[in-house]
Write a protein that binds this ligand. Structure first.
Ligand code: 8YV
Length: 325
């Protein structure tokens, strides 16, 4: 066909994505449209591909307005804002950006753990406030001799574990099932893991299956020396229970890169000195965001050249056998 495939971008994305798509595709932008419904009514039926990120929701109602959609390419490894099961039912492929951000996010997770347990941002603020001459910075907790638990031993969880091996700490994990090739102790329950470790690293995907997994009983099991680090999704942790546990001192501290209602962070969390709070920067480097952008584009190009998706998600495997073929 002489007509380039028509794509739709729902929200602003890394600029490299629109740049790379423009020569090959007819790219529509919903984020700059004045009347969203009128725009979708006119353009929707011609749209064959979506480029999205976590700022956009792709649900059944949106898919209804895109009857000829073939592929949703997500910028990010997590895709809890996309109803991938609904997409699968309609024969729409969903892709994400695994692997290209694994090491970057694992680096940040380990940095956040050290920042939290050694209170690195607090020490920096202490120096800047001119308090050093009056008294040395208070001593902190130590990673030495601590056991670390990983919730979700996927690509990023494994990369964190590999790094922590170098720190000489004992590592254990919890997930839906034990992994035969993982050299770490498996705990069949999350409460059991929390009981056995001092530090809990949350790396499980978001979505309905993991909603509120780290709840009050898990935090109680982690205990008064416990540190929670979350680089996954805010929804995996019961945020109200976490705030309560931190305020009561039933856990020691938390390092959080993600929150339940980003970019909103509860005032009560901001008021706490025992937490290190980051504005969702796990993958946020020039190199890695550019790599994620390339993979979004490569998935779309591969699809429209008839070669299938490069990195389809589990709900929409490729190549398809049977029904969706
Ligand atoms: C992105 C992320 O910043 O990959 C993910 O799942 O959370 C981050 O890498 C975010 O999804 C971009 O929209």
């Amino acid at each position: 066909t002489l007509h380039p495939p028509e794509l739709l971008m729902l929200k602003p994305m890394h600029p490299s994505v629109a740049e790379a798509l423009t020569p090959t595709f007819a790219l529509h932008r919903l984020d700059t449209a004045n009347d969203r419904d009128a725009f979708l009514a006119e353009v929707g039926p011609r749209v064959r591909g979506l480029a999205v990120n976590a700022q956009a929701v792709v649900d059944g109602a949106l898919l209804d307005q895109l009857p000829n959609l073939e592929i949703v390419a997500n910028f990010g490894v997590g895709y809890d804002t996309i109803d991938a099961a609904e997409a699968a039912r309609r024969g729409v492929v969903v892709t994400n950006t695994p692997d290209v951000l694994t090491d970057e996010v694992a680096d940040l997770a380990v940095g956040l753990l050290l920042a939290t347990i050694r209170r690195i941002p607090q020490a920096d603020r202490y120096l800047r406030a001119g308090r050093w001459p009056a008294a040395p910075f208070p001593l902190t907790a130590s990673l030495r001799g601590r056991r670390v638990g990983i919730l979700g031993l996927g690509r990023i969880g494994r990369a964190i574990a590999r790094r922590l091996e170098g720190f000489g700490v004992e590592i254990a994990y919890h997930g839906r099932r034990p992994q035969a090739d993982a050299p770490y102790a498996y705990h069949p329950t999350l409460v059991g893991l929390a009981q056995a470790v001092h530090v809990l690293m949350v790396v499980a995907p978001g979505g309905a299956g993991t909603d509120g997994l780290v709840d009050a009983p898990v935090l109680a099991a982690l205990g008064p020396e416990g540190i929670l680090v979350n680089v996954a999704r805010g929804s995996v942790v019961d945020e109200a229970a976490l705030v309560a546990a931190l305020e009561a001192g039933t856990i020691h501290g938390a390092g959080l890169d993600v929150f339940a209602a980003e970019p909103h962070v509860p005032e009560r969390l901001v008021a706490l000195d025992r937490v290190v709070l980051l504005p969702h920067v796990g993958s946020g480097t020039h190199e890695t965001r550019a790599g994620m952008g390339r993979l979004v584009v490569d998935n779309l190009v591969s699809w429209f050249e008839g070669r299938g998706p490069l990195t389809p998600v589990a709900e929409t495997p490729w190549p398809v056998s049977g029904a969706r073929a």
